[in-house]
Design a protein around this ligand. Structure first.
Ligand code: GLN
Length: 448
């Protein structure tokens, strides 16, 4: 009730929610009351959470912040939603995002512009900007986002909350509307690290309905927070700290955080990720290629919006997709179909996949001399709304520190580490070995 009240009070200014599921939430809250009375409550019983609007929720609109799905009501729940419900959590609504998760600012939403709760003239980050803003503004206690190239970690960093992208395959993608299937991963955005661990305990694990989900036991992530970090080796990637465009205040906040970790007994070593300079280019070939293929299903026949004025099939397709998809989504589809065209596949998608393997090898090599890698999340604090909308390339380059983890499939977490001169939050990124979320949470938890 308090959360619903808070939404009514502040969401007019933040605009984080696309759909508030008041009746459903109240019914689930009543069920939670019963469970508490009966003594059958679990840690998430009655906890109000939000879900990014690209995870399917049975009977509840799932729009992907796109006109093409504006009235789409899924007939089933995503596995993560099923798991939250089974744990007794209360999903209060669906939150804003960049259309189909394509973007870094939540400005590419067909629904609304979400504002950074710390300063409404600034973006909340993206694409899970609604999740980060809702958590930061107390309009839920936690949220699920998705991260294809930084979309959980970067908005978490910009809104001063914790956000984790788990290892690829750790959390089921069943019921997550696909953007780039080999990169997408669902994860939590929360107020602190223990909450993140608690949500991970609930959503992680093998799912036979997702062929890339990995059959591995799920550890108790909460227990991982009990250990200190003495003797842990922290890798500092030289190339990250030499990146042009890294704002001095971000660098200072991150270097201070590293000092704190050292004072807690961790040991720092310099590592090298020599192919960092190719990561953005590789990502912006692979992600649009996969997106162009995944988005082919929105043809006006099977899902959502359709231009009913057009009778001829090709004309109906063209008109439906031209009106239904926003400019960034169209840009990615064009990039992807071009790069996948006959004769170009080897030169673009094939080549990018080869370089992706080299980037993976860079991490493998770096992790021979350290347990975790620590870096900035984004080169600058949250920029102003509208500042980069006409400049997609600048927007793409701001993903430099986050997209490599998706290309390599490794986990990464963002934890608040300071503020800019203007009072905007700055995050610290901690990346780890495949399936070693425990160490990330341990470092983040000790630091916090
Ligand atoms: N900013 C990146 C993009 O636009 C990453 C988005 C994401 O992680 N979903 O593709």
């Amino acid at each position: 009730r308090a959360v619903l009240e808070r939404i009514r009070a502040v969401d007019g200014k933040v605009e984080a929610y696309i759909t508030v599921a008041e009746d459903l939430a109240m019914a689930r809250a009543a069920a939670a009351d019963e469970a508490i009375k009966a003594g059958t409550a679990s840690p998430l019983t009655g906890i109000p959470l939000s879900v990014k609007d690209l995870m399917c929720t049975k009977g509840l609109k799932t729009t992907c912040a796109s006109k093409i799905l504006e009235n789409f009501v899924p007939p089933y729940d995503a596995t993560v939603v099923e798991k939250l419900n089974a744990a007794g959590a209360v999903i209060v609504g669906k939150v804003n995002m960049d259309e189909f998760a394509m973007g870094s600012s939540t400005e590419n939403s067909a629904a609304q512009i979400t504002r950074n709760p710390w300063n409404p003239d600034h973006i909340p980050g993206g694409s899970s900007g609604g999740s980060a803003a809702a958590v930061a503004a107390d309009m839920c206690l936690g949220s699920l986002g998705s991260d294809t190239g930084g979309s959980i970690r970067q908005p978490a960093s910009h809104c001063g909350v914790v956000g984790m992208k788990p290892t690829y395959g750790r959390v089921s993608r069943f019921g997550l509307v696909a953007f780039a299937s080999s990169l997408d991963q669902i994860g939590p955005l929360t107020k602190n690290v223990p909450d993140c661990a608690m949500l991970m305990n609930t959503i992680a694990g093998y799912d036979p309905r997702d062929s890339t989900s990995v059959p591995k036991d799920v550890p108790d992530y909460t227990a991982a927070l009990e250990k200190d970090i003495r003797g842990l080796k922290i890798g500092l990637p030289r190339e990250y700290y030499e990146t042009k465009g890294l704002a001095p205040e971000v660098e200072t906040a991150v270097r201070n955080a590293v000092k704190t970790l050292e004072e807690m007994g961790a040991e720092c070593v310099e590592v090298s990720l020599p192919r960092t300079e190719y990561a953005v280019a590789v990502y912006y070939v692979i992600a649009p290629c996969e997106a162009s293929s995944n988005l082919a299903r929105y043809d006006g026949v099977r899902y959502g919006f359709r231009d009913k004025e057009k009778d001829a099939l090709m004309e109906m397709y063209r008109s439906t997709r031209s009106q239904g998809f926003g400019p960034e989504v169209q840009r990615r589809i064009i990039l992807g179909t071009y790069a996948l065209s006959a004769g170009y596949y080897d030169a673009y998608y094939g080549k990018a996949s080869q370089v992706r393997t080299l980037i993976m090898e860079d991490f493998k090599k770096a992790f021979e001399s350290c347990d975790v890698i620590v870096s900035p999340v984004a080169p600058t604090p949250a920029f102003r709304i509208g500042e980069n909308t006409d400049d997609p390339l600048t927007m793409y380059l701001s993903d430099i520190f986050t997209i490599s983890a998706n290309l390599a499939g490794i986990p990464g977490i963002s934890v608040p580490c300071g503020f800019s001169g203007d009072g905007l939050p700055i995050g610290l990124q901690i990346m780890g070995k495949h399936f070693d979320e425990e160490t990330l949470l341990r470092v983040a938890g000790n630091f916090e």
